[in-house]
Design a binder for this molecule. Structure first.
Ligand SMILES: [Mg+2]
Length: 96
């Protein structure tokens, strides 16, 4: 499965479950992505590695759903950004 197929499937599933019945605010969807990041942090704090992995999946699913809703070609964007990052200096010029 390609990244764009994941995007399509995540967004179609979210629509089917009613999450896109009304217009979505980008800020709300970004906050929901962040909530999954926080859940991953808590899973790590508790040493729950299986749950941590599931939260990683939740983050990607929510990103895919948002990109699907906005018509973003996530696969193309990732490839472009990875190529850009490959040319950046060590630590991207920062301390960490
Ligand atoms: Mg979660």
């Amino acid at each position: 499965m390609t990244i764009n197929e994941l995007v399509k499937q995540a967004h179609e599933n979210a629509k089917k479950k009613g999450f896109w019945d009304e217009r979505r605010e980008i800020g709300t969807l970004l906050a929901l992505i962040h909530s999954e990041v926080s859940e991953a942090l808590e899973a790590d704090r508790k040493g729950r590695w299986g749950n941590f992995a599931e939260e990683m999946a939740d983050i990607v699913i929510r990103v895919c759903d948002l990109c699907g809703g906005l018509g973003i070609d996530l696969e193309w964007e990732i490839i472009q950004k990875m190529n850009k990052n490959a040319l950046r200096e060590r630590l991207h010029g920062k301390r960490y």
